[in-house]
Write a protein that binds this ligand. Structure first.
Ligand code: FPP
Length: 238
């Protein structure tokens, strides 16, 4: 795996990819054109993060709340995701990308989930960047699921309730095998977490930009990382 090119590069970057709809609207295009452009930015994101030596990249691709969008838009997003996965297998092999997912992926349409499982299986031994797609993901739902799993273990006697600590919770979340994100980027200017990685972002730095996701390019990623590095250098001095 590529070592971080700079010790102050985040090990794990998480992104709330927002503003596809606004990007499309400002061009008089349908929302799905915004999502299509957003998927292109996902490709750029993986490349630039790999170039910079980031080890984990988590993308909020579809939230639990997104199921409330019009059926047509959900359908377009699922199709886009499926196509993205279908075209990725060879590229991920070449670029040594490992694909993972968090969220209630059992809620995805069968064909989409099958493609996801396939790419995850095919890339599981890759040692480069780990791309984690948050799909049908909601942090509160994740914490509730983890709590249920812990309760089952307590009930069966496998776990002692008195011994439940932070580590126990972390170990039962979907993200158990990943380090916590060091940096969160949110595009299109909203100052909200929107039910994304509430537990895991406890100590993360935030970088909010007014740019819409389809307008967020490699140079913007580099600027966000440089901003993060500067903060770290400054904190290091005091
Ligand atoms: C927010 O824009 C974005 C989403 C709801 C989904 C993100 C999806 C993609 C970037 C494309 C597909 C992903 C992959 C991994 C291929 P919005 O629709 O909420 O924008 P708005 O707030 O301007 O309406």
């Amino acid at each position: 795996m590529a070592m971080p090119t700079h010790p102050e590069v985040p090990r794990h970057l998480a992104v709330i990819m927002d503003g596809n709809g606004r990007w499309a609207k400002s061009r008089g295009l349908p929302r799905k054109a915004g999502h299509r452009a957003g998927a292109e930015t996902v490709r750029e994101a993986v490349d630039v993060c790999q170039e910079m030596g980031i080890e984990f990249l988590t993308l909020y691709a579809f939230s639990s709340e997104n199921w409330n969008r019009p059926e047509k838009e959900i359908e377009a997003l699922m199709k886009l995701l499926e196509r993205f996965l279908k075209t990725k297998t060879r590229e991920f092999a070449k670029k040594n990308v490992r694909l993972k997912a968090i969220g209630q992926t059992h809620r995805l349409p069968d064909s989409c989930r099958a493609e996801l499982e396939k790419v995850m299986a095919e890339t599981k031994d890759n040692t480069g960047i780990t791309l984690i797609l948050a799909l049908s993901y909601g942090s509160r739902e994740e914490i509730a699921d983890a709590t249920r799993r812990i309760a089952v273990k307590v009930q069966s006697g496998e776990l002692d309730a008195g011994e439940i600590g932070n580590d126990t919770i972390a170990a039962h979340l979907d993200t158990a095998e990943f380090p916590d994100p060091d940096l969160l980027i949110r595009t299109s200017g909203e100052l909200r977490l929107s039910n994304f990685l509430l537990w895991q972002l406890s100590y993360a730095e935030f970088y909010i930009t007014s740019k819409n996701w389809p307008d967020f390019h490699k140079a913007d990623f580099r600027e966000a990382i440089e901003n993060y590095s500067r903060r770290h250098r400054r904190f290091g001095r005091v």
